[in-house]
Design a protein around this ligand. Structure first.
Ligand code: MRU
Length: 368
């Protein structure tokens, strides 16, 4: 009898060395079917990011790093001067797929730094170095998320009710997720959390992905519509909110999936702490405040007809479909990074987190 594979047995985003392909789970097909895509062409990788076949800030960073390595591998050049313009073109192309999640440009800039730092090397060797850099970005994500999970777990207690919005889970990262990392680690340690997953309109990442992966993993998860978060909070069923992020500004204002700021505002009303789970790759000290974050606008069809059997809104009606919103820093109880928990005032504490990161830069970051 063949064993049925759980979604947790698949890799969200990986490099197939033999095929020279970026391998992802097509997240637009979940939870009904698990389709694995093997992408080699830059256009297909760009589309996969734009169409949310691979999504979630850390996962798109990893996909872009692997993507630009695959582009580099194909560049026919004898010298760095011939190689670099083609590399930069591929980098800029992938970077244009989505604007809000800073992980995309973070990963591509890191690959670019590696490229420039090794410009004296023969092109064959440079390609190998870029390969290793992409694999390192992917592998590091496991440690980053696990560390966020450990810090997150220190903020809650067994039996707590935790609410999350969108999918900042395994499907948005390489393994543990960010917002879900404490949930998975808590499960291993018998914490028996009760999780509330917002369905997350319009693309239903909470229903299709978060509820799916937590349920498949055996956690106690209850799916709610976005407009039910006030009810579960008022009922005292929620002790903390854990969400992910796409870009944290220097003052702690945080862009995450549209609806996060509504959750945070309601949580403040009921004195429930809201924790932003943020790998340092998602913190952008060059963006001063939330007002400076570019918010991606998505097609109207996502609101009017996607996921429905029939169109659910009048043809021609005006639609506003921002993909993310900004949660003001005063609604945030803490920003959980892989180097510790930043508290207000964030302008100071986030800088300290980066100093810690710098101080530990020679340590190997490995987790399984
Ligand atoms: O549009 P999406 O599905 O890519 O949005 C994802 C989110 O908003 C996540 O919360 C965020 O990227 C963090 S994932 C660890």
């Amino acid at each position: 009898m063949s064993e049925t594979k759980s979604i947790m047995d698949y890799e969200t985003v990986a490099l197939d060395e033999e095929k020279g392909a970026l391998v992802i789970i097509d997240q637009t097909k979940l939870p009904y079917s698990t389709e694995i895509l093997e992408l080699t062409k830059q256009e297909d990788i760009w589309n996969a990011i734009y169409l949310l076949q691979v999504r979630g800030a850390p996962a798109i960073g990893v996909a872009a790093a692997i993507g630009v390595y695959l582009a580099a591998k194909e560049i026919q050049a004898d010298t760095f001067d011939e190689f670099y313009p083609a590399f930069q073109k591929a980098k800029e192309y992938l970077d244009s797929a989505r604007p809000t999640a800073v992980n995309l440009s973070w990963a591509l800039n890191r690959m670019d730094s590696v490229c420039r730092a090794n410009q004296e090397k023969p092109i064959g060797e440079l390609k190998k170095i870029l390969h290793d850099a992409a694999v390192e970005i992917r592998n590091e994500d496991v440690w980053v998320c696990k560390s966020i999970g450990e810090y997150g777990l220190s903020l809650v207690k067994p039996g707590d009710g935790l609410l999350t919005h969108c999918n900042a889970g395994k499907l948005a990262t390489v393994k543990y997720g960010t917002a879900t990392a404490a949930m998975y680690l808590g499960q291993e340690r018998g914490y028996n959390f009760r999780i509330y997953a917002d369905e997350t309109r319009p693309l239903l990442q909470g229903a299709r992905l978060t509820a799916f992966e937590l349920y498949e993993s055996g956690l106690d998860v209850t799916l709610i519509c976005d407009n039910m978060s006030a009810t579960v909070m008022r009922n005292k069923w929620v002790d903390a909110v854990f969400v992910g992020c796409d870009r944290v500004a220097a003052n702690g204002d945080t862009a995450n999936k549209i609806g996060t700021s509504v959750v945070a505002t309601v949580a403040k009303r009921y004195n429930i702490p809201v924790y932003i789970c943020a790998p340092t790759s998602t913190i952008d000290l060059n963006t001063p405040t939330g007002a400076d974050i570019q918010i991606e606008q998505r097609p109207a069809e996502e609101v009017t007809e996607m996921w429905y059997k029939e169109r659910m809104a009048p043809v021609g009606v005006k639609v506003f479909n921002p993909c993310f919103d900004v949660t003001d820093n005063d609604l945030i109880a803490g920003i959980i990074t892989e180097y510790g928990i930043a508290r207000a005032p964030y302008t100071e504490s986030l800088k300290e987190i980066f100093l810690k990161k710098e101080a530990s830069k020679d340590e190997k970051k490995i987790a399984d």
